[in-house]
Write a protein that binds this ligand. Structure first.
Ligand code: TRP
Length: 516
C-alpha cells in the first residue's frame, strides 16, 4: 500500500468498519426521533411506509453511498467529482455544509442529554417524584451550563477523532455492544411491566388507514435517511477507509438491518412504558420531550431502581449519540483532507471550531415568548427552524442528486458491476431500475409535496393540514416575526455559496494509479 493511502486511514478489520458504520447509524435518530415519529403517525400506520422506505430507498442508497466510498476511496465531494465531475462535487460540498449545521445542533442535543444525566447522577432528577422531570428538562435547556457542556461534547468528539479510524474503532468496539446491552435491559424491563405489551400491539398492528396520508410517507422517508446516516456523506467517508475488495452488498445490508433492528427494540422499550403507565405525550411535548421528559416520567413509575434506569437511559442516549456525531464530523474532515491536503488535526480543529460556535447558537438559553404558548429558549427555537431546512431538505435532495448523478450520469450499471466483482450476493439489473427510477421518483414526490406545503397550498384533501411557510413547531415568536425567513435565507446562502466556493477553490491532487 502506498504511503498516501495509509495516511488517509484504513479500518483495522472488517468488524471495525461494521461497528463504526452501525455506531454511526444507531443514534438519537433511532431512539428520540423514531419513537416520536412512530407515535405521531400512529404506530402501526407508520411501519408500512417505514418498510417501503427501508427496501426501496434505504438499502439501495446505502449500497450506492458505500459503493462510492469503497470504489473511489474518497469522501463524498471527491467521489462525486471522480464519477460525475464538478457538478456532482458541488452537491457533495452542499451536503457537507448541511452536515455541519446538523452536527452543531446534534451536539447541543447531546449537551441537554448530558445535563439530564448529571441531574440523574446527582440525585436531583426524582427528588420530588416524577413531577421534577419537567422542570429539570426546562432548566437544562434554558441554562448557560448547556453551552459549557456543548464545548465539552465537542472536546470529546475531537478526542475520539484525533487519530482517525484508529481511535474511532476503539470507541465503537466499546460503545456499540454497550448500547445494545442497555437497550435490551430497558426493553426487558418495559415489556415485563403490567400492560407493557399493549405498546407492542400498538406498534405492530398494521393500520392501513394511515397509509393514504402523504405526511406519513414523508416522515418515514426522512426518518429512514437520517437513521441510516444517508445523505450527508457519512457512509461514503467511512467506506473510503475500506479496502477496494470489500463486499459492499454484505456491508450495506448488515449495517441497515442492525440499525433498523435497534430502532424496533428502542420503539418497543418506549412504547411499552407509554402504555404501562398510560402516558399521553401532549401535542406540545415536541420531539425531544418524548425521550427527555415522557420516558423519564415513565421510569419514575418503575417499582424499583428508578434513578439507575433513568441514568442508564440517558447514558445510552449519550453513547449512541457520540458514536453518531463523530461520523457526522468525520465526513467534512475527510473531504477537506482529500481536496486540500490538510493534516487530520488541522481539518478537525477547523471543523470543530466552526461547529462549536454553531452549537453555542443552538444552546442559547434566553427565553422567547410565543403568542399563547409557553416561552421557549431562543436556541431551541433556532434549532427547530434550522432543522426544518437542513434535515427536512438536505438528506432527500442529496439522495435525489446521488441517484440521478450516479444512476444516469456515471451509470449505475458501471458502479453495480464494480460492486458485484467483490460481492457474494450479486445485484441484478433490478438494482439499476431502483436507482434510476424508483428512488428519484419517490423522493421527487415527497419533495414536491414539501415545497407545495411550504407555499401554503391547500393540501387537506391528501391529509396535510398544516401548510404555509414554516415558523417553528409552535408558531411565531412575539416580536421575532422575521426570524423564520431570516433562518431560511441564512441556510440557503451559507450552504449554496459555501458549496460553490469549496467546489471552485483548489484542485484534487493527481490520482496515484495502481493504489491499493
Ligand atoms: N444516523 C444517526 C442517528 O440516527 C445520525 C447520523 C449520523 C446521520 N451520521 C449521519 C444522519 C449522516 C444523517 C446523515 O442518530
Amino acid at each position: 500500500m502506498s504511503g498516501s493511502a495509509a495516511s488517509r486511514g484504513v479500518w483495522g478489520s472488517k468488524l471495525g468498519f461494521i461497528l463504526a458504520a452501525s455506531g454511526s447509524a444507531i443514534g438519537l435518530g433511532n431512539i428520540i426521533f423514531f419513537g416520536a415519529n412512530a407515535y405521531r403517525f400512529g404506530g402501526g400506520a407508520f411501519y408500512v411506509p417505514y418498510f417501503v422506505a427501508l427496501f426501496l430507498l434505504g438499502i439501495p442508497m446505502m449500497i450506492v453511498e458505500l459503493g462510492l466510498g469503497t470504489t473511489q476511496r474518497s469522501a463524498l465531494p471527491g467521489a462525486m467529482y471522480k464519477t460525475t465531475g464538478k457538478g456532482g462535487e458541488f452537491w457533495g460540498w452542499w451536503s457537507l455544509l448541511n452536515a455541519m449545521i446538523i452536527a452543531m445542533y446534534y451536539i447541543t442535543i447531546l449537551a441537554w442529554v448530558a445535563s439530564m444525566l448529571i441531574k440523574g447522577i446527582s440525585g436531583a432528577l426524582y427528588e420530588n417524584g416524577a413531577g421534577t422531570v419537567v422542570p429539570s428538562f426546562m432548566k437544562s435547556i434554558s441554562s448557560w451550563l448547556t453551552v459549557a457542556l456543548a464545548f465539552g461534547i465537542w472536546a470529546v468528539n475531537i478526542f475520539f477523532l484525533l487519530r482517525g479510524t484508529n481511535t474511532i474503532e476503539k470507541v465503537v468496539k466499546v460503545f456499540v455492544p454497550l448500547m445494545w446491552f442497555f437497550m435490551i435491559v430497558l426493553v426487558i424491563r418495559g415489556l415485563t411491566l403490567d400492560s407493557g405489551f399493549q405498546g407492542v400491539w400498538y406498534l405492530f398492528t398494521p393500520n392501513f388507514s394511515g397509509i393514504s396520508e402523504p405526511a406519513v410517507w414523508q416522515g418515514a422517508f426522512s426518518q429512514m435517511f437520517f437513521s441510516l446516516s444517508l445523505g450527508l456523506g457519512t457512509m461514503t467517508a467511512y467506506a473510503s477507509y475500506l479496502p477496494k475488495k470489500s463486499d459492499v452488498v454484505a456491508n450495506g445490508s448488515v449495517v441497515s438491518f442492525m440499525n433498523c433492528g435497534f430502532e424496533f427494540v428502542a420503539g418497543l422499550a418506549i412504547f411499552s412504558m407509554l402504555f404501562a403507565f398510560t402516558l399521553h405525550p401532549g401535542p406540545t411535548t415536541g420531539t425531544l420531550g418524548l425521550s427527555l421528559v415522557v420516558v423519564p416520567i415513565g421510569i419514575a413509575n418503575f417499582p424499583a431502581l428508578q434513578t439507575l434506569f433513568a441514568c442508564m437511559f440517558f447514558f445510552l442516549l449519550l453513547i449512541a449519540g457520540l458514536s453518531s456525531s463523530i461520523s457526522i464530523i468525520e465526513s467534512p474532515v475527510a473531504a477537506i483532507r482529500d481536496k486540500f491536503g490538510w493534516t487530520r488535526k488541522k481539518a478537525l480543529l477547523a471543523v470543530a471550531g466552526f461547529g462549536a460556535a454553531g452549537s453555542v447558537l443552538f444552546a442559547l438559553p434566553m427565553m422567547l415568548k410565543k403568542g399563547g404558548n409557553p416561552a421557549q429558549p431562543l436556541g431551541l427555537s433556532l434549532l427547530e427552524l434550522f432543522d426544518h431546512w437542513a434535515f427536512g431538505y438536505s438528506l432527500l435532495v442529496v439522495g435525489l442528486v446521488e441517484a440521478i448523478a450516479i444512476g444516469w450520469g456515471y451509470g449505475i450499471t458501471k458502479l453495480r458491476n464494480q460492486i458485484n466483482e467483490n460481492a457474494r450476493f450479486k445485484l441484478g439489473p433490478w438494482f439499476d431500475v431502483l436507482i434510476k427510477f424508483v428512488v428519484p421518483g419517490l423522493i421527487i414526490l415527497v419533495l414536491l409535496l414539501n415545497v407545495l406545503k411550504e407555499t401554503g397550498a391547500k393540501l387537506t384533501f391528501i391529509g396535510i393540514d398544516k401548510t404555509g411557510f414554516y415558523k417553528g413547531d409552535s408558531g411565531t415568536f412575539d416580536g421575532y416575526g422575521w426570524l423564520p425567513m431570516a433562518v431560511f435565507g441564512i441556510w440557503l446562502v451559507v450552504t449554496v455559496v459555501g458549496a460553490y466556493i469549496l467546489t471552485t477553490k483548489g484542485n484534487y491532487p493527481q490520482q496515484e494509479e495502481g493504489e491499493a
